[in-house]
Design a protein around this ligand. Structure first.
Ligand SMILES: *Cc1c(COP(=O)(O)O)cnc(C)c1O
Length: 391
């Protein structure tokens, strides 16, 4: 069984590039050039130098002793919250802006949900002196004000999107529409392992630095590179893809993705695509999609804007179909409580997205020698308002 992308851009039956004619040139340019560019030695040198000196990598792998005592296992936290801008998103935006420069692009567009990807994109655009436009659902603009202010401060233009329920899916539609109208000078920095091939593979490769570091750090701390579990939350799936990547072929490492069950899996207010979705096409790729019986996209819901997406990366659809990874879900309530618990047990306030990953710890049936790595995808400063209702 392979979990890597095929020549044609598929993971099993999922992936591909289902795009309008007008987007074909852009995607074809990316598809034919991305591997040569990102595997080039000078690109790699520049990428890793920025990850180190600008983003602050390697991020620590922290042994969480109090959480470990509480759950009776050896729990490590991969501290992506300590990356510059506060989440794993910067790994991908550094990679993609270097790629955009190699392609001769002069303008950057992006979509954002919670605003973390928008901030990470605005940051690298400021770094490189490139103009930046970020599409963001109006609902998200309202619930994520601090990140909107950060993007503007960094010089980006933020365009509120009012279609649909004005969240991430709608912002992504609008960014794709803009790209179609400006194919020559613009690169679209997509924020997760979604979209038409080669985006899912490209973003997974940029994020795979997470699992490369975990292997090395676990070898130092535990004497071998293999944890028993790797746990990560799943919106589009980029932090999970990065944390799983270098373990995909090590079948004894259990990979666990955690989706947002919102107000309950069956409540009609959830964003757990692998649990609830059916095969379909969303934003240019075949994957699992939350939809009605006649194929209309269902509006997703989660308290966490970064998980509020009706699709999921095709890699995860494949990991789900093959059983290589197990997917669980946590409700708003469970995530908020888990985030509060981690704050008070370890002195780390996790992003609400990440809090979903912590919420499944009680359901894992851990034993004391189990080594668990939780990908702490981002910090929770942006979520204080939501946490406030608990204290
Ligand atoms: C954006 C975001 C996510 C969700 O995106 P993925 O592509 O699934 O990783 C999760 N955690 C944090 C902190 C985020 O900012």
């Amino acid at each position: 069984m392979t979990y890597k992308i095929s020549e044609g851009g598929f993971y099993g039956e999922y992936g591909g590039a289902y795009i309008p004619e007008m987007l074909w040139r852009n995607i074809e340019e990316l598809r034919t050039r991305y591997m040569d560019i990102i595997q080039d030695e000078s690109f790699q040198r520049r990428f890793y130098s920025l990850l180190k000196d600008f983003a602050g990598r390697p991020t620590p792998l922290y042994f969480a002793s109090r959480l470990s005592a509480q759950y009776g296992a050896r729990i490590y936290l991969k501290r992506e919250d300590l990356c510059h801008t506060g989440a794993h998103k910067i790994n991908n935006t550094i990679g993609q802006i270097l790629l955009a420069q190699k392609l001769g692009k002069t303008r950057i567009i992006a979509e954002t949900g919670a605003g973390q990807h928008g901030v990470a994109t605005a940051t690298v655009c400021a770094l490189m002196g490139m103009p930046c436009t970020v599409y963001m659902g109006k609902t998200d603009v309202e619930r994520q004000q601090p990140n909107v202010a950060r993007m503007k401060l960094l010089g980006a233009e933020v365009i509120p999107v009012t279609s649909g329920n004005a969240t991430l899916k709608d912002a992504t539609n609008e960014a794709l529409r803009h790209w179609i109208a400006h194919p020559l000078d613009t690169h679209y920095i997509i924020g997760s392992v979604v979209g038409p091939h080669p985006f899912p593979d490209m973003v997974a490769r940029f994020q795979s630095v997470i699992s490369a570091e975990i292997r090395q750090q676990l070898t130092e701390k535990e004497g071998n590179p293999y944890p028993d579990y790797v746990v990560a939350c799943v919106g589009g799936g980029s932090n999970a893809a990065g944390a799983f990547y270098h373990f995909l072929d090590d079948e004894h490492v259990q990979l666990i993705g955690v989706e947002a069950a919102g107000k309950g899996l069956q409540s009609g207010h959830a964003a757990a695509t692998l649990a609830l979705g059916k095969p379909g096409v969303l934003h240019g790729c075949k994957t699992l999609v939350m939809q009605t019986a006649d194929g209309q996209i269902t509006e997703p819901y989660s308290v966490s804007a970064g998980l509020d997406y009706p699709g999921v990366g095709p890699l995860h659809a494949h990991l789900f179909a093959t059983g290589r990874a197990k997917f669980m879900s946590a409700t708003d309530e469970e995530a908020l409580r888990a985030g509060l618990e981690v704050s008070r047990t370890e002195g780390i306030i996790p992003a609400l997205e990440t809090a979903h990953a912590f919420a499944i710890l009680p359901k894992l049936n851990l034993s004391k020698d189990d080594v668990v790595v939780i990908n702490l995808s981002g910090r929770g400063d942006k979520d204080l308002q939501a946490y406030n209702q608990l204290i």
